[in-house]
Write a protein that binds this ligand. Structure first.
Ligand code: NAD
Length: 338
C-alpha cells in the first residue's frame, strides 16, 4: 500500500522523519511517495503551494500524511492547508483529545479523565477568505454556512459517535447572535439527531462551552462545531490534555483523507531537533487504523503510551526535573519499547 507524504515546513521534516523511522522500525507495510507541498513550493512559484504532480499523486493514492505548513504572508496568498482541504472536500476535521498517562495536567493530577473528540466543519465559514474594505475604515468578511455542508459534517460526527459508543454529542454554536448562519448549522444538527435516538444530543453556546470544557471536561464526549469556532475550541481542548504536542487531527473526505498534527510549523524551535513528535505520531496511528493496519497501530500506540508513562519527555512537557530528550532520542525511546 502506498500513501503520499509531505514533510512540511519548520519542524515538519524533523517530526515526520521521527515518525517514519518509528513506522519503519515496526515494519509498517506502507510505501511513501514524497510530494512537493509547503512554503518552499510557493517560493518556487506555485501559487497554491503544491506542484501539479503532488496534486495528481495525492488524488491517485487517496491518503496524504503531512507535516505542518507555513503560508507566506501577504495579500492574495491562500493557505496551502485550506486549499488542500477545499480541493479534496475533506469536510470533517476530527481531533481527538485524551488524557495521556505521564503527561501531567491539572485534570490528570485531579484524577479527571478526558476523552473528547472535536469534529470541526472544515470547508465553509469565514475560511473562504472573502473579505474586503468597504471604506478606508470599514472591513467586511463574509461567512458561508450551507445546509449540504453542515449536514455532511454533522452526519459524519453522529456516525462516528455511534461507532465509538459515545454517550453524548454536543453542538457548539453562537446561534443566539448569528441566528441565520449558526441557526442553520444548529437546525441541521437536530435534523440529523432524529436519526440517532440512542445518542444524547444537545447544544451549548460556544462561550459557555469554553467555560464548561475547562471546568468539567469529563462531561463531554463528541463536540461538533462550525469551522472557526471548531478551530478555537480544539486548541482549547489541546491545552486540557497537555498542549499542542499531543493533539492529532484527521481531515476526512469521501475520496481523500489527510492526517496531520493540529499544531503549526513552530518556527521558534525549528531546526533544533527538540520538537515533540507525539501529535504527528498519534495522527499517524489514526491513519494506520483508517488503513486497517490495526496491529501496527496497537503496537506503536502501546509503546508511545508506555514511553510517556515512564516519564520520558521532550522539553515541552513533563517533569522539568527529568532530562528532556531531543526529537531523535524520544522516537528511539518509543522504538526501544516495542
Ligand atoms: P504553532 O503551533 O506552530 O506554535 C505554537 C507554539 O507551540 C510555539 O511556541 C511552538 O514552539 C509550540 N509547538 C507547536 N508544536 C510543537 C511541537 N510539536 N513540539 C513542541 N512545541 C510545539 O503555531 P503558530 O506559531 O501560530 O504558527 C506557525 C506557523 O504554522 C504559521 O505559519 C501557521 O500558519 C502555520 N500553521 C500550520 C498548520 C498546519 O499545517 N496544519 C496549523 C497551524 C498553524
Amino acid at each position: 500500500m502506498k500513501i503520499a507524504v509531505a514533510k512540511g515546513d519548520g519542524i515538519g521534516p524533523e517530526i515526520m522523519d521521527a515518525v517514519l523511522k518509528i513506522f519503519e522500525a515496526n515494519k509498517v507495510p506502507l510505501e511513501y511517495e514524497l510530494v512537493e507541498m509547503g512554503k518552499w513550493v510557493f517560493d518556487k512559484g506555485f501559487s497554491n503551494g503544491m506542484t501539479p504532480e503532488a496534486q495528481h499523486t495525492i488524488e491517485n493514492l487517496g491518503i496524504l500524511f503531512k507535516g505542518p505548513m507555513e503560508t507566506p504572508k501577504g495579500k492574495g496568498v491562500k493557505s496551502v492547508n485550506v486549499t488542500a482541504r477545499k480541493t479534496w472536500n475533506t469536510y470533517a476535521n476530527k481531533r481527538v483529545f485524551q488524557t495521556l498517562h505521564g503527561v501531567d495536567t491539572v485534570f490528570s493530577k485531579a484524577g479527571i479523565p478526558i476523552d473528547i473528540t472535536v469534529v470541526r466543519e472544515n470547508i465553509e465559514d469565514t475560511y473562504g477568505g472573502i473579505e474586503h474594505m468597504l471604506t478606508h475604515d470599514v472591513a467586511l468578511s463574509r461567512r458561508f454556512i450551507t445546509r449540504p455542508g453542515s449536514l455532511q459534517v454533522i452526519k459524519y460526527a453522529f456516525e462516528m459517535a455511534k461507532k465509538k459508543g459515545t454517550r453524548r454529542i454536543t453542538c457548539g454554536h453562537k446561534a443566539n447572535i448569528m441566528k441565520i448562519t449558526d441557526g442553520l448549522f444548529l437546525e441541521c444538527f437536530y435534523e440529523v439527531a432524529k436519526e440517532y435516538p440512542d445518542l444524547k444530543a444537545d447544544d451549548v453556546i460556544v462561550d459557555d462551552l469554553c467555560m464548561k470544557l475547562v471546568t468539567r471536561p469529563d462531561a463531554f464526549d463528541v463536540v461538533v462545531l462550525t469551522n472557526l469556532q471548531g478551530d478555537i475550541v480544539s486548541d482549547l481542548c489541546a491545552g486540557l490534555v497537555g498542549g499542542l504536542g499531543f493533539a492529532p487531527s484527521a481531515n476526512i473526505g469521501d475520496h481523500i483523507c489527510i492526517f496531520e498534527a493540529v499544531h503549526g510549523t513552530a518556527p521558534d524551535i525549528a531546526g533544533k531537533n527538540i520538537a515533540n513528535p507525539t501529535a504527528l505520531l498519534l495522527s499517524g496511528i489514526a491513519m494506520l487504523r483508517h488503513l486497517g493496519l490495526m496491529e501496527n497501530a496497537a503496537i506503536i500506540e502501546n509503546s508511545l503510551l508506555y514511553t510517556l508513562e515512564q516519564g520520558t519527555r521532550t522539553g515541552d512537557f513533563g517533569d522539568k526535573n527529568k532530562t528532556a530528550l531531543n526529537t531523535t532520542q524520544f522516537s528511539e525511546a518509543i522504538i526501544g519499547n516495542f
